[in-house]
Design a protein around this ligand. Structure first.
Ligand code: GLY
Ligand code: MN
Ligand code: MN
Length: 434
């Protein structure tokens, strides 16, 4: 059930951070796929965070200061178009349902903006994000400036709400955490289903179909990002999305997939044997990545720096690579020379929220920022071993990543995605075939 107060409170908080001025926040455009077909519509995350309103062709305008206003521009009702394309709220119903101070047809945007911009000192607008919008907004500002002789001033300071919104969105409120818990639960059941379904001879996209089926049947219509379903050496391609190879007995399968629910992402990776049993070499590498992930999750604690989980994972991985004879020298030497990067070339996580790589600074004043309650991050170490003469043959084409979603809480953390099995024993048990 939509609770408009949540969104109204967020708009108030943003207005308080702006202090004064006018902010223009356009929703995302519809995107043409080909011919007459569009991609499924996805709203702009920050717009939705502030409005809860999901229709395209909409713009939020906020006025901050002594007389704050929050104004929506949206499509008018249109019985003919609604027959073809579906329901539109129209400004009147949208104002009432979503709690805006005013709402106008989107066709009146330019005219009303020229009026609203007058005598505002600061314009908050994300210049550079979209060339067509830039032109339109600067033209309107120019028209306001041309009225100087009538005593109307145009904003002479340009700022941006993106940084303010990023800081707000970085800290998830209870409403958001509860959606993210549900998104995570759906994605864990999809990973469990994939493990139970997988057989040698299937195509990667057939396993992907199981994931999508599970997302959809629990109410999550879309994945939060293109699913990676990568058998064998395909797992060593970090952004593999072809998902069109046949799965082979004896190979591992890496799945990086998570649903989006009510605008919030989940992001899980599990790696397991196509035939349900890890071989010795796979076990050796898997245990190292799992130990690195366990160490990183233990370091994802309030007060620790953003980098602490990454450093904890790196130490375990680098030592593991030495033990496997993939890297040579001392632990400190391998960390210092970064020779581990041949097998582990990405960082150990990112913020997670409405966007899978969510907004929010990782450093403040040049320092990694401390982890604080309400932040949500992924913890996703991995190891990717491509064939090479100096690499033991048994390790060729092993690509492993283990990824969970972690909320920082007062005094600890909560792993949202624990229900997807990740120890060798639990995976083999779930995949056991009579
Ligand atoms: N699935 C995207 C990521 O793991 O960062
Ligand atoms: Mn991730
Ligand atoms: Mn992922």
């Amino acid at each position: 059930m939509l609770n408009p107060d949540i969104y109204a409170q967020r708009r108030c908080r943003l207005q308080a951070k702006m202090l004064h001025g006018i902010a223009i926040l356009p929703n995302a455009p519809e995107q043409r796929r080909n011919g007459d077909a569009d991609f499924p519509y996805r709203f702009d995350s920050s717009f939705h965070y502030l409005c809860g309103f999901g229709e395209p062709e909409s713009v939020l305008v906020l006025i901050a200061g002594d007389a704050p206003l929050s104004i929506l521009f949206c499509r008018e009702k249109d019985s003919e178009r609604e027959i073809w394309h579906g329901y539109r709220s129209g400004p009147d119903a949208a104002q009432e349902k979503f709690g805006f101070d005013a709402a106008y047809p989107i066709a009146r945007l330019d005219e009303k903006l020229a009026e609203l911009m007058g005598n505002q000192s600061t314009l908050f607008y994300p210049l550079g994000a979209d060339a067509a919008w830039d032109q339109r907004i600067l033209k309107i500002r120019g028209e306001v400036a041309a009225k100087a002789r009538s005593g109307i001033r145009a904003p002479n300071e340009l700022r941006d709400t993106r940084a303010l919104l990023a800081e707000m969105r970085l800290f998830k409120d209870l409403h958001e955490l509860n959606i993210m818990r549900r998104a995570a639960a759906i994605s864990t059941s999809a990973h469990r289903r994939a493990m139970q379904f997988t057989r040698a001879g299937q195509f990667e996209y057939q396993v992907e179909a199981e994931l999508l089926h599970e997302f959809c049947r629990h109410g999550a219509r879309d994945p939060a990002y293109p699913s990676i379903v990568a058998g064998g050496g395909n797992a060593c391609v970090l952004h593999y999305v072809d998902n069109n190879a046949r799965l082979r007995d004896g190979d591992l399968l890496l799945i990086d997939a998570g649903c989006e629910l009510e605008g919030y992402a989940s992001d899980i990776t599990r790696t397991y044997p196509v035939n349900g049993k890890f071989n010795t070499a796979q076990k050796d590498v898997y245990e190292i990545v799992l130990a690195a992930q366990t160490a990183a999750i233990s370091a994802a604690m309030p007060g620790n720096s953003w980098d602490a989980p990454h450093s904890a994972a790196l130490r375990v991985l680098a030592q593991g690579f030495i033990d496997l004879k993939l890297c040579h020298g001392t632990l400190d030497g391998v960390l210092e020379s970064e020779s581990y990067k041949r097998y582990y070339m990405h960082r150990t996580g990112h913020w997670l929220g409405m966007d899978v790589h969510d907004v929010g600074e990782y450093k403040t004043d040049e320092q990694w920022r401390p982890l604080q309650p309400g932040m949500v991050m992924t913890v996703e170490p991995g190891c990717y071993i491509r064939p090479a003469d100096d690499v033991p043959l048994a390790l060729w084409n092993i690509g492993i990543r283990i990824e969970d979603d972690v909320v920082i809480l007062e005094g600890g953390n909560e792993v949202l995605t624990d229900a997807a099995p990740k120890t060798i024993a639990k995976i083999e048990e779930l995949m056991r075939r009579e």
